[in-house]
Design a protein around this ligand. Structure first.
Ligand code: ZN
Ligand code: ZN
Length: 411
């Protein structure tokens, strides 16, 4: 058996696209010169990948579960636990987690602004201090502020279930009462309803809100939970694959998913954000460093997805130029015993402004890789390759085998 290799996934978030009118019918990848990405395609093997299944529009969360070798239909238990983990809360087996909004209610307990004027930290962090750590009917309640007006909520205790309705009606008007079926459902819903009521009691005259009242801003005087989910039963990455692994990502949700899957989450320098302006070369260096210690590294770069959501095809081309420079940096600095993958977690077509179910391009390169007919890293270019059309969760086993780490099936 040959010596084992290490594996790097370069996940360019939302990179895949469809033909764009602004680009004369081409995709941003087709319309942009990418000599470094093309080098990998020319010297590696390529194909296209249905992240979940043909025509299924993945979220970044379910997409990353699939890239890490899981069938998302088996392990995805709602956004709550992944988001909570993503902002640094330690989610445990049995916890029920929610996403929340800081919202505004009037004196009649009617929602007048679901985002409390898009309040953000440090005000949200101050407010959280007043509601974090309470106990209702023996259930411990943890709250942490997220980005902008968002927060995550964890319930920890006995007899909790996630299948209850949202206390956030997603509309203006009366605050919805959460409801659940059966004894446990009713119990969990009662905890949430009591928590929502208390959050209002404790925040309505909070100094942060007195200050906002003075300025005429919407007060963040209630926390509305939605999207309940329980901690998923996921076999840890190390145990499942016999490798150590780490993730290099700027976005909380991606970090959360990778953490729950058993990857170590690497702290990034502040110039490596989850935004458009992230320093991609620096991020690549962090990933290369991590490869000295870990067998597997997943690096996520969010920027192309942001351009797709903004419906900015030309901006996406600019992002792709920077991604190509990063690919060049990896080409010049990567270790020789590496299996490196360039792909996306889904398409975010620039004229759609959201994720689509189109397959994404994928190129796998390692020394002695069987070369194929594909020479251009793009949706159509990669489709010419020998890997054909695979599912998202096929990618990791293929790479584990190329890294000489797979176990033989049979004698
Ligand atoms: Zn994504
Ligand atoms: Zn997206």
């Amino acid at each position: 058996m040959s010596a084992v290799k290490k594996i790097l996934f370069v996940v360019m978030d939302g990179l895949g696209d469809r033909g764009c009118k602004a680009l004369g019918g081409m995709t941003p990848l087709q319309a942009t010169s990418t000599p470094n990405l093309d080098w990998f395609t020319e010297n590696g093997g390529s194909g296209v990948m249905d992240i979940i299944a043909p025509g299924v529009r993945p979220g970044s969360d379910t997409a990353h579960l699939s890239l890490l070798g899981h069938d998302p239909y088996e392990v995805y238990t709602g956004r709550g636990p992944f988001e909570a983990a993503g902002i640094g809360m330690s989610v445990k087996q049995g916890d029920v987690a929610f996403r929340c909004n800081f919202s505004t209610v009037n004196e009649n307990y009617e929602v007048t602004d679901r985002r409390a004027g898009r309040i953000k930290a440090p005000e949200t962090a101050e407010l959280v201090k007043s509601i974090n750590g309470m106990k209702i009917k023996g259930v411990e309640i943890f709250v942490k502020e997220g980005t902008e007006h968002r927060a995550a909520l964890l319930l920890r205790g006995k007899g909790l279930v996630p299948n209850i309705t949202d206390a956030d009606s997603h509309n203006l008007g009366p605050v919805a009462a959460s409801e659940g079926k059966g004894k446990k459902g009713e119990f969990t819903a009662s905890i949430i309803n009591e928590f929502v009521r208390r959050s209002h009691e404790m925040m309505k005259d909070h100094p942060v809100n007195l200050e906002r009242r003075k300025k005429g801003l919407p007060e963040a005087n209630i926390l509305l939970p939605r999207g309940a989910g329980s901690f998923p039963k996921i076999r840890s990455f190390g145990e499942k694959n016999g490798m150590t692994g780490a993730c290099v990502a700027g976005v909380g949700m991606i970090k959360g998913i990778c953490g729950i899957c058993g990857l170590d989450v690497i702290d990034l320098p502040k110039e490596c954000t989850g935004g458009l302006d992230t320093d991609m070369i620096r991020k690549a260096d962090v990933a290369l460093d991590a490869l000295q210690k870990y067998d597997f590294v997943l690096m996520n770069i969010k920027a192309p997805d942001i351009s797709g959501h903004d419906r900015a095809a030309e901006q996406k081309c600019e992002v792709i130029k920077r991604l190509d420079e990063m690919a060049g940096h990896l080409k010049d600095n990567m270790p020789s015993d590496l299996v490196i993958v360039f792909t996306a977690d889904h398409c975010t077509p620039s004229e759609v402004g959201d994720h689509s179910g189109d397959p994404v391009p994928v190129t796998i390169y390692t020394e002695t890789m069987l070369k194929d007919e594909a020479t251009k890293f793009s949706e159509s270019g990669c489709a010419k390759g020998s890997i054909g059309r695979i599912r998202g969760y096929d990618l990791l086993p293929i790479c584990i085998d190329l890294a000489n780490r797979s176990e033989k099936f049979g004698a």
